[in-house]
Design a protein around this ligand. Sequence first.
Ligand code: SF4
Ligand code: SF4
Length: 335
Amino acid sequence: MAQLNATEQRQRLNQALPQSERFSTRLERKDQLDVLQINLGRLCNMRCSHCHVAAGPDQGHTQMGGEVVEQCLEAMERLQPQVVDLTGGAPELHQSFRQLVLRARQLGCRVIDRCNLTVLLLPALADLADFLAEQSVEIVASLPGPEVLETDRQRGTGTWDASMQALRRLNALGYGHEGTGLQLNLMSNPDGETLQQLTPCDTARWRSVLAEHGVVFNDLIGLNNMPIARFLEDLDQQGRIGPYLKTLKAAYNPCSVMGLMCRNTLSVSSSGKLFDCDFNQMLELPLELELSSVRAEDLQGRGIMTANHCFGCTAGQGSSCGGATVTTATSSPSN
Ligand code: SF4
Ligand code: SF4
């Protein structure tokens, strides 16, 4: 569990910049809802240093309850999103994960599983990879970097080897190969306060390094480190919240706004509350709408709840669930 609660995190972020420098871009939702993102809880078989949801093996009590799962199933039918995006924690550890996948596929939705890879090696989930392939679930697999040191430092010793093993297993099922329809994207995040700056050269380097381990993938996507939860606590302990926010603000890219996930996504927490995004979920900035009754029309053109953490999504190449929101990192001195 994060040591700073949501209120304390919001206060730290708010106080780290003077009023005149705070995030002030007005963000509005698009007319169409594309993505229903469902956070099944913070239970995870890992405990990564950069985790923005403070997930871990001791978070079983945060798992989504059966009543909320039912409301999510109903919401899929009512909202008719193009994409159902399952996240956590490790969403595959939830007992209703497969039920949600099956229903979403029946409804014709693309399904994304935000997978930490190592979960695929758990003996209790030995058939998980086959299930994902049978249902053509898209996998967004988090991997901090293409080297053992970076990966093990962020995720724990042995994570690199386990991740390579899991990726080879997915490849053997057809994931990551052109023409199979089984999409395997890797998502990386930089270490510490460095901004994400992925270029085609980086993708080529990842392909080359991972090929040496017998691994292929479709796309490489990247995120800036969000100043939330564990990473915010690290920054706080080092007195670095203000400097990091200033780094993000200095790299503010107005072109990133169009592709922000909060503009076309509805994020559902494990308790059934609704948010503009996963990050607002962690900071407890909810929408005044109910999962049991929300309709797509309720979201059209609606203003988005923003604060200083939004500098994380709008810096450099932009940062969203699908990775960069633009291909160039044009910066602007204000927002
Ligand atoms: S694998 Fe993902 S959800 Fe689990 S602790 Fe690491 S970053 Fe958090
Ligand atoms: S944190 Fe990012 S995705 Fe969430 S509201 Fe702010 S800009 Fe949008």
